[in-house]
Design a protein around this ligand. Structure first.
Ligand code: AVI
Length: 322
């Protein structure tokens, strides 16, 4: 039986999300370069490990971006109309938006995230701290078109997309995301977006392969998740985390390397690994200021301003929809 028939016959009892996960995993593991989507990193354990990553000494993006937002909050706030609705794409913890809200009063905040429960809890906490702010949490996949809540439709819009999550999209996907954000927010809208910058490999690689092994656990957690949710039998001790900088493609790549020849069982299928063969689990693209501006222009946005930290590790851009 080929894998596609196997997955169809064996996943009909699974809930739709798990069945989609199963299809993606089988599809990815039967390619010549095996791959798994980074969107599957974020189960409960993976989300906690990601928070730990953001606190690592080697992982500079989060604290550098927070530093820029803190130091430049007043200048960023000048570009946000006072009666605006701020729409955050992929809102997680509200630490970053709080820096902007403390510097500037806006009318409404729309956190958009696939995980509805999480944003509702975060939105309630934010509402307590900013009682005059209208908070409208929206459970949606922010990479696809979605409709804004009617209450904010007539307000000027400002998108907020921190964290360099754009870097986890392939360049074509990044362009499509920016085009879709422009369509959702409308002509004249502004967007504040965090973008990680290209830099020396000696800084980049440790940021994705830290001494304490937290990023390794984050990467390997994907196999734990596949074992638990899909009944596979990955032997965790037979795979290792690897992070490499692919300079030609301007990206950090994360892989899981098979440490020996081995066979893994999944839905009755045998998935063979040669020693040294890898599963490609994530790309994290790094931009130059000029390459990000070109991408924004191609997607229908005009660059307005940009801020970096003194060491030019990370950038925050303000762009306006054409
Ligand atoms: C969420 N994203 C921006 C992180 C990044 O830096 O690409 C994900 C990550 N993967 C390993 N460490 C952090």
């Amino acid at each position: 039986m080929n894998v596609h028939v196997a997955v169809q016959t064996q996943t009909h009892r699974l809930d739709p999300n798990t069945a989609a996960f199963a299809r993606d995993v089988l599809d990815g593991l039967t390619r010549s370069q095996k791959e798994l989507s980074p969107k599957y990193f974020y189960d409960d354990a993976g989300s906690e490990l990601f928070v730990d990553i953001t606190r690592l000494p080697e992982y500079y993006p989060t604290r550098t971006e927070l530093g820029i937002l803190h130091d430049r909050a007043a200048e960023i706030a000048e570009l946000i109309p006072p009666d605006a609705a701020v729409v955050e794409f992929g809102a997680g913890a509200t630490t970053k938006i709080r820096l902007l809200l403390a510097a500037h009063q806006v009318a409404a905040y729309v956190p958009v995230d696939i995980s509805g429960d999480f944003i509702v809890t975060q939105a309630e906490a934010l509402q307590r701290d900013f009682p005059r702010l209208a908070v409208h949490p929206l459970a949606a996949d922010f990479t696809k078109p979605f409709a804004l809540p009617p209450a904010v439709r007539d307000m000027p819009k400002v998108g907020f997309f921190p964290g360099s999550t754009l870097g986890n999209f392939e360049p074509q996907e990044a362009r499509r995301f920016l085009e879709s954000a422009r369509d959702i927010l409308g002509r004249g809208a502004r967007m504040i977006i965090g973008v990680d910058l290209e830099k020396d490999e000696r800084v980049l690689v440790p940021a994705y392969d830290d001494a304490a092994g937290v990023t390794a656990r984050f990467n390997l957690n994907l196999l734990i998740r596949i074992n638990r949710e899909l009944g596979a039998n990955f032997d965790l001790s037979a795979f290792a985390h690897r992070a490499i900088y692919n300079r030609d493609q301007h990206r950090i790549e994360m892989h899981l390397v098979s440490l020996r020849d081995q066979t893994v069982h999944l839905f009755g299928e045998r998935i063979g690994f040669r020693a040294g063969e890898t599963i490609h689990t994530e790309n994290s693209y790094k931009y130059s200021l000029a390459r990000f501006r070109t991408l924004a222009q191609q997607a229908g946005w005009t660059p307005m301003r940009c801020w970096t930290d003194p060491d030019a590790m990370f950038s925050v851009h303000a762009i306006e929809a054409d």
